[in-house]
Ligand binder design. Structure first.
Ligand code: ZN
Length: 244
C-alpha cells in the first residue's frame, strides 16, 4: 500500500508528511500529521532529519502556521525533530483539548503514550495501532496489560479512521483493533499451552509461539515475549522455574 505525503481520505483538514526513516519497526517511516489550518496542530514532528523537517515546515506554512506540536510519545522517531522544527511542544495530559483534538492517555507501547481524537472521529494513534503488522510492547516503560486496556479504550471510542504513527491509513478501525487484541490473546494462549505442557526454556517458548516472526524481528519478539511473561507473572500464571 502506498504511503505518501498528502491528505487523509475524506479529511482534507488532515495532511501527512512521511519521514525517510523506514525500517522493521518504523514500517514506511514515521508519519507526521498536520491537523486543521490557520493555524494547524503538528502531531509527531518525526525524526531529526533536515529534509523531513523542511517538508513539514513547508506544509505548516501552507496551512497558515502551527498552533503547537503534540507528541503521541517521546520515542526519538516521533520526537527527535521537535527542537529544530521551531514549533513549541504543547504539554499533553489526559482529556486536554487542543482545538478540535482531545488527548486520550493510552499507555502500553510507552508509558507516556497518548492518542489524539478529532471531534469527528479520527484517531491519531501513534504506535498504539500501526498501519499494518503489530506494535512493539517493550517491558521497560511499556506494559502489555496497559496496552490491551488502551486498545479497549480506543475501541470503545469508535473511531471512523485511524491515522497511525507508521504505515497506511486504517479505514476499518473496529476490525483492526479486534485483530490486534486477538493477536495478543493468541500469543498469550500459545505461551500458556507451552508452559502447561512443562516447557521452561525461553528460547523454546520463543521458537514455538513466535515461529512466524522473521529473523530480523526475533530480538524484538524476545522483548515482547518478556512483556507477556511479566503479564502472566502479575496474574500469578507464570511458573517460578523458567530458564533461559
Ligand atoms: Zn514509532
Amino acid at each position: 500500500m502506498e504511503v505518501v505525503d498528502g491528505p487523509a481520505p475524506g479529511h482534507p483538514e488532515i495532511y501527512r508528511v512521511v519521514a525517510d526513516n523506514p525500517g522493521p519497526m518504523t514500517l514506511t517511516g514515521t508519519n507526521t500529521w498536520l491537523f486543521g489550518s490557520d493555524p494547524c496542530w503538528v502531531i509527531d514532528p518525526g525524526p531529526d532529519d533536515s529534509r523531513h523537517l523542511a517538508a513539514v515546515g513547508e506544509a505548516i506554512e501552507e496551512r497558515g502556521g502551527a498552533a503547537g506540536a503534540l507528541l503521541t510519545h517521546s520515542h526519538n522517531d516521533h520526537s527527535g525533530g521537535c527542537g529544530r522544527l521551531g514549533v513549541d511542544l504543547a504539554p499533553v495530559t489526559d482529556g486536554r483539548r487542543f482545538g478540535r483534538l482531545t488527548a486520550v492517555a493510552t499507555p502500553g507501547h510507552a508509558i507516556d503514550h497518548f492518542c489524539f481524537f478529532s471531534d469527528d472521529g479520527v484517531c491519531f494513534s501513534g504506535d498504539l495501532i500501526l498501519g499494518w503488522g503489530s506494535t512493539y510492547v517493550p517491558p521497560d516503560g511499556g506494559s502489555l496489560a496497559a496496552y490491551i486496556d488502551s486498545l479497549r479504550l480506543v475501541e470503545s471510542l469508535g473511531p471512523d479512521l485511524i491515522c497511525p504513527g507508521h504505515g497506511p491509513f486504517v479505514t476499518d478501525p473496529a476490525a483492526r483493533i479486534s485483530e490486534y487484541r486477538e493477536h495478543r490473546e493468541a500469543r498469550e494462549r500459545g505461551l500458556i499451552i507451552a508452559l502447561d505442557r512443562g516447557e521452561r526454556s525461553r528460547m523454546a517458548l520463543l521458537d514455538e509461539v513466535w515461529s512466524d516472526v522473521p529473523g530480523q524481528l526475533r530480538p524484538a519478539a524476545a522483548v515482547v515475549m518478556e512483556s507477556h511473561l511479566q503479564k502472566l507473572e502479575a496474574e500469578g500464571l507464570l511458573p517460578p522455574d523458567l530458564g533461559e
